[in-house]
Design a protein around this ligand. Sequence first.
Ligand code: NAD
Length: 259
Amino acid sequence: MARLSKLSRSIEGKIALVTGAASGMGRATAHLFADEGAHVAVTDLDADKVSRVVREIDEAGGSAFGWVLDVSQRADRVAVVSAIVQKWGGLDILINNAGIVRYEPIDAPSFEEGWGRSLDILLTAQVMLARECLPHLEASGGGRIVNIASTEGLGATKGVSAYTASKTGVIGLTRSLAVELGMKGITVNCICPGPINTGMTADIPDESKAIFAARRSALKRYAEPEEVAHGTLNYVLPASQYITGTHLAVDGGLTIKNA
Ligand code: NAD
């Protein structure tokens, strides 16, 4: 009998835009997608850090090009999407990954400024960049958007309400865009990472990480960024064409563990 399975698990030749790709999960995703044969637009705030990741991918035999993209700036979003399409002839995959976290209790003097900045970067930029990429994702014939949310979108930690509200919003935005863009053949999903060793968690002492992970996660450890990137890769495979509007917790069992 001929093989029953027909759908492809290869992203070779696909064109992918990854935001916040100079560090952590964005960098790991850019590397993994390039390892899998995609052309990767490595984008982030700092030109030198972007160049470093592009060089790494180059040396590993992958295809990447770098752009400075502040996701909160409309002019950057317009210019970079247009430059990517000019360079590679299209755009198939958007990974909305860039992020910040600010510890700011509601009575902190900087709260109002922090709230606006956090929502701009974590939530508003995701939908605006999706808007910018839309015609190209539609033309791709199998466009993919993956938004990076957080387990903070499924629960809450005190002192980071702007982050929690944004990440909860990302899950809602993902569902909404999935419904709206389904007719264009674009799938939209999101990842809810748990505790991951990246730039964002670099200041937390190892002992505190170990205590937290032992108490809260089933796997009793922080994860490495590549472990999350593989979850993201699954969503962008051609074979994942019927998966949309979902969230995937890549959290070592943190959100399902009661005791
Ligand atoms: P990271 O700090 O290592 O990387 C984040 C990157 O985003 C940085 O390179 C930073 O320069 C970039 N960035 C920040 N503001 C930007 C802007 N305005 N425009 C473009 N780039 C910008 O952290 P990470 O943990 O890899 O974060 C990636 C995503 O994962 C974020 O959305 C974060 O909220 C989310 N997340 C992280 C964890 C964790 O434990 N590390 C858990 C859940 C979710």
